[in-house]
Design a protein around this ligand. Structure first.
Ligand code: NAD
Length: 360
């Protein structure tokens, strides 16, 4: 199915995976007049039926059956990370547009296949990176695009979050290399995406990871040094071991003529804002987005869905398409590759990097 020409027609949305993040999708879809949720699917029948009852739509326990029977225009994929590629490709081959939760995939090969399948079948592939829409993130992006930092020097990403052992034991996928992928792919992916989005193309990465405090197959802590093509440097410090709870998820940019930091628990608050030049909204800047969201998922899924409508109905640009989702994943794989090889890793990564090669 191509893009809609009739602006008054509702886009039919189906959702797969009625777990924690699905409520953000349900709330967003409800608020957008152009969208209508027609079906939900979960292999857990109770979860599917509960969500269908609450949302007033049809429940399915088989994904392919949902796509064939409900015939949605768009499917929203909220299943565990390792299922995103096969569920995206199945939808694309049925000419259904896809919005997948982050991460796009666990391996670069899968991510690239997803991009190609969607392109071949002329459907859009959207990847959820909702934090890009947070008002403070929009402001820092605008400052960067207007050149307010002058020459960019240094970008620092800090993820000091806490995921207790029980978090990893609540189901069969968290903390598993082949299903979850690791702390960088799961938790730090928003911040690493933000770094690349704000600072531009990456030249090389040196990284190291470790499993220090949890009984899991993946890293719970990682560090990286990033060289950007612009000449600027970057540093990433990320962990899910922070005592006693989530303390910080932030990005700081320092340049020749400016320093700014977006922090809060979910990149939702401006902590530092100093620029040589003055802008009219600078006086009020710290009040932008100060409201702390109820959880680290933030409040911006609605903007992700608005972009889906803008793109499909109004022919506007897709904010985070499959290629963008793949570029963030490439950065994470570069950190893993550097950890494995003990070497600096140059971009682009040509291989089919996968988390399965990682040992921590
Ligand atoms: N954007 C964000 O900030 C954010 C936050 C949390 C999670 N996520 C992402 O959302 C996705 C889901 O995370 P979650 O925390 O909601 O997980 P979850 O475990 O709470 O929910 C996943 C659901 O998928 C169902 N499921 C599993 N296999 C299925 C299949 N083959 N067909 C249909 N249903 C199936 C499970 O029964 C479960 O209900 C993950 O990719 C995660 O990385 C994104």
């Amino acid at each position: 199915m191509g893009k809609e020409s009739d602006n008054t027609r509702k886009y039919k949305v189906a959702l797969v995976g009625c777990g924690r993040i699905s409520s953000k999708h349900f709330n967003a879809i409800k608020q957008i007049p152009e969208l209508k949720l027609i079906a939900v699917c979960d292999i857990n029948k109770e979860k599917a039926e509960k969500a269908a009852k609450e949302q007033g739509c049809t429940a399915f326990t088989d994904y392919e059956n949902m796509l064939d029977t409900a015939k949605p225009n768009v499917v929203s994929i909220c299943t565990p990370n390792y299922l995103h590629p096969e569920q995206t490709i199945m939808a694309a081959r049925k000419k259904i547009h896809v919005l997948t939760e982050k991460p796009i995939a666990l391996s670069l090969e899968d991510a690239r296949n997803m991009v190609w399948e969607c392109k071949d079948n002329e459907v859009e592939l959207f990847v959820v990176k909702q934090n890009r829409h947070n008002p403070p993130m929009r402001k820092i992006k605008e400052a960067m695009e207007r050149g307010r930092f002058g020459k960019p020097y240094l970008c620092s990403v800090t993820v000091r979050w806490q995921r207790p052992q029980e978090y990893y034991e609540q189901d069969d996928w968290h903390g598993k290399l082949s299903k979850d992928g690791g702390m960088l792919i799961n938790q730090a992916s928003h911040h690493i995406d933000a770094m690349r989005w704000l600072m531009g193309p990456v030249e090389s990465v040196i990284g190291v990871g470790a499993t220090l405090g949890r009984k899991i197959e993946t890293e719970d802590t990682a560090l990286a040094i990033v060289k950007f093509k612009s000449g600027a440097l970057g540093v990433i410090e990320a962990t899910t071991l922070t005592y006693p709870h989530n303390l910080e998820g932030s990005i700081t940019i320092q340049g020749e003529k400016g320093t700014a930091k977006v922090g809060g628990t979910a990149l939702n608050k401006i902590d530092l804002w100093h620029f040589k030049d003055f802008n009219n909204d600078d006086d009020n800047i710290k009040n932008i987005g100060v409201m702390n969201p109820p959880d680290v998922y933030g409040s911006s899924h609605i903007d992700v869905f608005k972009n889906v409508v803008d793109c499909l109905v109004h022919n506007k640009k897709c904010d985070v398409d499959g290629m963008e989702g793949t570029k963030s994943l490439e950065m994470i794989h570069a950190i893993y590759k550097s950890h494995r090889t003990g070497k600096e890793v140059k971009f682009p990564l040509e291989g089919n990097e996968t988390v399965l090669d990682n040992k921590f």
